[in-house]
Structure formats: structure tokens, C-alpha cells
Design a protein around this ligand. Structure first.
Ligand SMILES: Cc1ncc(C[n+]2csc(CCOP(=O)(O)OP(=O)(O)O)c2C)c(N)n1
Ligand SMILES: [Mg+2]
Length: 561
């Protein structure tokens, strides 16, 4: 029998889905049956990955998309499973990750009128007035599949939204009867739902910027996510080599520029201080950034030209957003940079090249000075010494975000990522997605002790063993949540809370972080309490991941002064 469910799965396969990150329920009999039928008949279908937790499922699909640019599918159970996607919905939306989320619905008949009609008590409880409303404001597109006769068209349309810039998650739902419906085999041509081509920057934007670049003394690029496309990084390197432009990464969520390039001016995040490169810039080019600076603490001079090009310049998901740019373009960064490279004329760049190179060298020394024993910077530096260029680092280290980014100092695009959002717990599921996508790479996550617990490590480490996706997880143990304490101090530096030792952010008595992973998935588990133990622990953990093919968790006690 050819059903809506079979056509739906075929449409996923036809749009490039290779993995279904699934958490199944009473809404999915037709899908389970179709997958089993396809397997019995030797028909290729996406691989089902059992995910014991929905947030982990979506984080894995998010990671897979970050690693490959390819959208995968997440299958969850009615409105409950949709709710359990939790903050991963936020991360996929803010991080602009293409992914198709499908949830069934409770059956819409109760007297056996149609195949699939209600036959379990839970069907009355799992019915809500507007299931799509749960996630609608995060989705690029959402719809209900009301009949099987055009289910393929809806999947193609949803994927067109997910994959066209600005990319992001999409959500489809269908009732059980609709999934069970027998339908004629239809073969619409997916080529009629193409991913929209990337836009170039308007010629005026390019020309005005080229003219400003010719006379600027301290031109500076500020970027956060242009490195989503590796071609953009190569174009930026070419531009900076020719025009001597400094590059500052602002809360980067991927590698935007090689950290060892002399024009590289480092990373800014939440530090409560004016960034020097930004302060001295006389031309700022914001390329793909959601938060290029935080105006209450750090901003460029008021009298300088600011150019902005972005795949999402209006920041359509952000109610409040504005930077003082008079030249704004909706453009693909790789294309815009290529246009600039073709337009700029040779000018004398000796002075600014020397200046930026000197700043870069001074910063390199400063970074080494910060690697003091017991600090997050130091832990990162010890990991850096043991990894090769085939390593991908996932960073969810919160108050140590910047330390990880700067002290790994990635040189190659596609070797370091953050979630791009702010809902903690992405790192574990994402690591599974990265490992499924890149089995030949070593994947290492850095998380806080808090973000380790948010990541649902029991589900993650069960999956790591079940799907042979080992990775190394480094837990930066600073006794709990440092970040909310710093937030409090920024507003109430001398208040009661500043003098209190108990403000509800401590994890005393701490859980056995690495033991959780050992129990759930046989992970190599080690607590590192003394600095002299760290190097050997990293070596053994990497051996476990690379040679024994099992995950490893290092619980590293930080020196919290
Ligand atoms: C889902 C979610 N819940 C709560 C928060 C608020 N929050 C931001 S940082 C933080 C603490 C994180 O702790 P940890 O990972 O140990 O990093 P640390 O602050 O100690 O560096 C919390 C609770 C959040 N961002 N996301
Ligand atoms: Mg912590």
C-alpha cells in the first residue's frame, strides 16, 4: 500500500535528507510501517537515529547542518515532543540552521471513521487547539499536511524555505489518519522548488565601500558568521591581503578568518571594556553579524562610515536592532567579498598593514601570558597542543567562550562552532550530529559544568555508543553557574548579592559529571583535579576517542579565583 507516510519519506529522501533524528510515538505507526516496508523491499530511505530526548535530536540535526550545510529531518511526537524540542528550537532559529521538523498530531476522528482513528486514551489528552503555535515564531515556514495527495509539494516547499537565505528550521504536522491515507503515487519535479540563489551586493554599495577603503587609515571588518560558507573566508583573506583590513570577530559562531593571519585582531564577547581595534577604526564593515558590538560598553567612533552586508540585514527575528550604518546591503558575504576583490584598486597600504600586523603580534604575546595554570585559557592551550587540523571544536563554554575561541586559535574554516543561539545544552547533541556527518574528524566539545548538564548527557552518551559517534567532551568545572553571578554584579556591584556566598548558582555538592557518561554509554571518564594530571588525561581521552572508538568526558576543575 502506498500511503502519505511513504510519499513523505520519499520526499525527504529526494530533498537530500539522509538522517531522521527521531523520537517516536502513537502518531507514527504509518511512518514506522513505511520505513520497515522500504527496508524489506530494499528501497533506500533516510537512516533513523533513535534519540531518547528531543532536544538532543534537534541539536544533532543542527550540528549536522553546521558540518555539511545539509538539512536533516527531526521526527517528534505530537505536541509533547514538540515542547520537548525545548531550547534547541531557539538555537536552530537563531543559528539559522536548515532543518525540517515533523510532528504527528492526535487522530482527528474517534469512532473509527478512517484508518488511524483514535484507539488509545492518550489521543484525547495529546490534542491542542493550535499545535503549530508552539514553535511558529521560530520557524521559517510551518504548515499542516491535510491530505496525502500533495504531501511531496509541501515537503519541497518547506525545504525551500529551510535552505534559502536566511536559512532556518521549518515545521510540518499531520494527523494519524492523513499519514495512513492511501494515495496515488505522484512525482512532482523537485526542481520547481529550488533553493533561491545567493544575492550579490548592489553595485553602489560595492563602489561606495571601495572608495572609502581607498582613503581609510584603520579599516576594520567585524563579523560573526560569514564563515558558514568556507568560500567567504577565502575571499576575506584575499581582500585583507590586498587591502590590509583588520578583522575582528564579534561573538563568532564559526571560523571567519584564520587566527594566525597578521590582519586578525581577535574576538570580542561580553567583556566590559572598549575593544581597541573597534575604537581606532575609521571605517567599519559589518559582514554577517547579529551583535557586532554592545553599544552600552563598546562601540565604534560616531563620525565614521559604517557599511553593513548580511544575509539577514533586517534581523527579521529581532524586535530591537539597529547599527549606525548608512550603507546596507542584503547580500551573500562570499559574493559581496568577491565583488569587492574585483573592484578595489591598488593603493598604498604599507602603514595600515604594519600597524595591524604589530597589533596582531602584541596580541599573540598577550594570549600566551593569559594561559596561567588552572585557567580556562590554560586548559584550552593544553588541548591545543594535542590536536591536529582534522579536529572540530564545539564551544559552549559560556563565560569561557572567548577563552576557547582565542586559545584554540583556529586557522581553518569549518573547524570551530558555537550554537549561534543562547539556549544552553546544544553541545552534546551537536557533537553526535558532527560525528555522523564527519566520521573521519575528531570532535571535541568545551562546555561549562552547567551547559554539560543542560545537554542531557545520559541521552547523548547512550547515542554516542549506539551510533559509534565518539567524541571528547571537556567540562570546565567552576562549581556551577558563573554567568548569572557576573550578570548580577554588572548591575549590582555593591549590593547584598555581591556579598552573599549563596545566591543559587552553586552546584555544591557537584555530580560526578564524567561518571554520568560512563554509566550511560561506557565513556572514558576522568576527573582532573590537579594541573599536573591534565596532559596525560587529554592524551588518554583522545586515545579512547580515536583508537578505542568510545566517547570521553574530562571533568576539569578550574582555578576559580
Ligand atoms: C536553557 C537555558 N537556561 C538558562 C540559561 C541562563 N544561563 C545563561 S549562562 C548560565 C550558566 C551556565 O553555566 P556554565 O555552563 O557552568 O557556565 P559558566 O557560567 O559557569 O561559565 C545560565 C543558567 C540559558 N542561557 N539557557
Ligand atoms: Mg560553570
Amino acid at each position: 500500500m502506498y500511503t502519505t507516510a511513504m510519499a513523505f519519506l520519499e520526499a525527504l529522501r529526494e530533498t537530500g535528507v539522509s538522517h531522521l533524528f527521531a523520537n517516536l510515538g502513537s502518531d507514527h505507526p504509518a511512518l514506522i510501517e513505511s520505513l520497515a516496508e522500504a527496508r524489506a523491499e530494499g528501497v533506500p530511505m533516510p537512516r533513523l537515529i533513535t534519540c531518547p530526548n528531543e532536544m538532543v535530536a534537534l541539536s544533532a540535526a543542527h550540528g549536522y547542518a553546521q558540518a555539511t550545510g545539509r538539512a536533516q529531518a527531526v521526527i517528534v511526537h505530537v505536541e509533547c515532543g514538540t515542547q520537548a524540542l525545548a531550547g534547541a528550537v531557539h538555537n536552530a532559529a537563531k543559528g539559522r540552521a536548515p532543518v525540517l521538523i515533523f510532528a504527528g498530531m492526535s487522530p482527528v476522528t474517534q469512532e473509527g471513521e478512517l484508518p488511524g482513528s483514535r484507539n488509545e486514551f492518550i489521543h484525547w489528552l495529546q490534542d491542542v487547539n493550535d499545535q503549530r503555535a508552539i514553535v511558529r515564531q521560530y520557524m521559517r515556514y510551518d504548515n499542516e499536511i491535510r491530505t496525502g495527495v500533495n504531501v511531496k509539494q509541501l515537503v519541497y516547499r518547506a525545504m525551500q524555505f529551510a535552505k534559502s537565505d536566511p536559512q532556518g528550521p521549518v515545521y510540518l504536522i499531520a494527523a494519524r489518519e492523513v499519514l495512513e491515507q492511501e494515495v496515488p503515487r505522484i512525482t512532482p519535479n523537485p526542481a520547481y522548488w529550488p533553493v533561491l540563489p545567493s544575492s550579490p551586493a548592489p553595485a553602489e554599495w560595492i563602489e561606495a565601500l571601495a572608495a572609502s577603503l581607498a582613503t581609510a587609515r584603520r579599516p576594520l571588518v567585524v563579523t560573526s558568521y560569514l564563515g558558514r560558507k568556507v568560500e567567504a573566508v577565502a575571499e576575506l583573506v584575499r581582500l585583507c591581503d590586498r587591502a590590509a583590513i583588520g578583522v575582528l570577530e564579534s561573538v563568532p559562531n564559526c571560523v571567519n578568518f584564520p587566527a594566525d593571519h597578521p590582519m586578525y585582531q581577535g574576538v570580542q564577547g561580553n567583556e566590559p571594556a572598549q575593544n581597541e581595534a573597534l575604537a581606532e577604526a575609521d571605517l567599519v564593515i559589518v559582514l554577517d553579524s547579529d551583535v557586532p558590538w554592545i553599544p552600552t560598553v563598546n562601540k565604534p567612533r560616531q563620525d565614521i562610515p559604517v557599511f553593513h552586508a548580511d544575509i539577514d540585514p533586517l534581523k527579521q527575528q529581532m524586535p530591537l536592532w539597529q547599527i549606525p550604518a548608512l550603507h546596507i546591503a542584503r547580500a551573500d558575504a562570499a559574493t559581496a567579498l568577491q565583488q569587492l576583490n574585483e573592484t578595489i584598486e591598488p593603493t598604498d597600504i604599507t602603514e595600515r598593514k604594519t600597524h595591524y600586523a604589530a597589533q596582531h603580534a602584541a596580541r599573540a604575546q598577550e594570549l600566551l601570558d593569559r594561559e596561567t595554570e588552572g585557567s580556562a585559557e590554560w586548559v584550552t592551550s593544553r588541548v591545543r597542543r594535542q590536536i591536529d587540523r582534522d579536529t572540530i571544536v564545539l564551544n559552549e563554554a559560556i563565560t569561557s567562550y572567548r577563552a576557547i575561541a582565542e586559545h584554540i586559535g583556529p586557522r581553518d574554516p569549518g573547524t570551530m562552532f558555537t550554537s549561534g543561539g543562547g539556549s544552553l545544552g546544544w553541545n552534546g547533541g551537536a557533537a553526535i550530529g558532527f560525528r555522523l556527518a564527519c566520521p573521519e574528524k575528531t570532535v571535541i566539545t568545551f562546555s561549562g559544568d552547567g551547559s554539560y548538564l543542560f545537554s542531557v548527557p545520559s541521552a547523548v552518551h547512550w547515542m554516542a555508543r549506539r551510533y559509534a559517534t565518539p567524541f571528547l567532551q571537556i567540562v570546565l568545572n567552576n562549581g556551577g553557574w558563573r554567568s548569572p553571578r557576573l550578570s548580577m554584579l554588572s548591575l549590582h556591584p555593591d549590593g547584598y548579592a555581591s556579598r552573599s556566598s549563596d545566591i543559587g548558582v552553586s552546584f555544591d555538592q557537584p555530580p560526578d559529571y564524567s561518571g554520568i557518561a560512563a554509566a550511560a554509554g561506557g565513556a572514558f571518564a576522568r576527573k582532573v583535579a590537579r594541573p599536573e594530571e591534565l596532559d596525560a588525561a587529554i592524551e588518554q581521552a583522545l586515545h579512547a576517542v580515536r583508537v578505542e572508538k568510545r566517547a570521553a568526558v574530562l571533568d576539569v576543575l578550574l582555578n576559580v579565583g
